[in-house]
Write a protein that binds this ligand. Structure first.
Ligand code: DAH
Length: 346
């Protein structure tokens, strides 16, 4: 070191080091250049500031204070510049091929289950708690399961082609007697028959699915809708069991304050038969929820059960009706239009 180093030239060198450092640190175009500038100016081993610091020793003791102060200022300034540039370049580095990869992404819109699906799942869950297992059957059904086994005779008006979707492609018999033998099922009661044909009692099942009827579409009708069918057959089942199960169910799904009533009715496959109504929200109006009754002995016989041994109840409720009552929907068509604005509410 040169012991005769002068304060003036040392300060002048420090100043030019400072401006060179500012230029390099502030002007670095990317992180690699910034790192090179850091090593050059602020490097611990051979950085230019380090050498400038060494120079202190070569100054007269009286000059050291002034030089030391200026040195600290320059060092502080360059360190701050390094930090600022780092942040600036880090932000900039997130732009890749013109895309700012640091921008929050566009969240994929998550869908959710249709209200009818939600209703179906909830009903399955409630009846599951009552010990009912889930059964299924085909939507294209033969006439035995849709009518004959359900005690609906050949001449019954329920078979009228005007009220059913027969499949013209499924015809059997000769000549003039060719008749369709398959149809889109008009009720889920078909599944009662299929279950009883395939297992001995006791039976405790529900079946949920689509049914088809050539109804004109309006606010309360559709040519396709959903039903939940229930069937319980074993020794000693009574009408009281039916009423308890349906009342418990209505309270579980529609709320404790729901009011339901049973009206005497007729179905070929039950005796006695009832229609079940629920009181519609707000409006003092009874709306039909479905039909029910004690399984007719003829039905039990058709599937090979002994009506002297077992008895049972059955019910069939409209899923759409339940869903609409629950959510205050007053037009069934809303459930099929797939209007996202409507569906988002559930
Ligand atoms: N299948 C009937 C219908 O679609 C509803 C029904 C009534 C089902 C009485 C039943 C029942 O199981 O016992 O209108």
């Amino acid at each position: 070191m040169n012991p005769t180093d002068s304060l003036e030239s040392a300060l002048a060198d420090l100043d030019s080091l400072a401006s060179a450092g500012r230029l390099a640190l502030d002007g670095a175009g990317d992180l690699a250049l910034l790192e090179a500038a850091r090593i050059e100016f602020l490097g611990q081993k051979q950085g230019r500031l380090k050498s400038a610091q060494e120079r202190l020793k070569a100054l007269e003791p009286t000059a050291r204070k002034a030089y030391g102060q200026r040195f600290n200022l320059v060092k502080g300034e360059l360190e701050a510049l390094l930090e600022a540039s780092r942040e600036r370049l880090a932000a900039k580095a997130q732009v890749v091929d013109g895309i700012d990869v640091a921008l929050p992404g566009i969240r994929p819109v998550l869908g959710h289950r249709h209200p009818l699906t939600q209703t179906t799942e909830e009903l399955t869950e409630i009846f599951g708690r009552f010990g009912f297992a889930v059964a299924r059957g085909p939507e294209v059904e033969d006439l035995w399961h849709n009518f004959d086994a359900l005690n609906i005779p050949q001449s019954h008006p329920a078979r009228d082609p005007i009220d059913n979707f027969y499949l013209s492609s499924a015809r059997g018999g000769a000549g003039l007697h060719e008749r369709p033998w398959a149809m889109l099922r008009s009720q889920t009661s078909t599944v009662q028959i299929r279950v009883m044909e395939s297992q001995p009692p006791p039976v405790r099942i529900i079946a949920i699915g689509r049914v088809y009827r050539p109804d004109t579409v309006d606010a309360t009708h559709s040519f396709m809708f959903h039903q939940i069918e229930g069937l319980m057959v074993q020794k000693g089942v009574t009408m009281a069991d039916l009423k308890s199960v349906l009342s418990l169910f209505a309270r579980a799904y529609l709320g404790e304050d729901v009011k339901i009533r049973f009206r005497p009715s007729f179905f070929p496959f039950t005796e006695p038969s009832v229609e079940v109504d629920m009181l519609w929200h707000g409006k003092a109006r009874w709306v039909e929820m479905g039909g029910a009754g004690m399984v007719d002995p003829n039905v039990l016989r058709a599937v090979g059960y002994d009506p002297e041994e077992v008895s049972g109840f059955a019910f069939g409720l409209g899923i759409e009706r339940l869903c609409m009552r629950r959510h205050g929907i007053d037009d069934i068509r809303l459930l099929y239009q797939n209007d996202v604005g409507f569906l988002r509410q559930f």
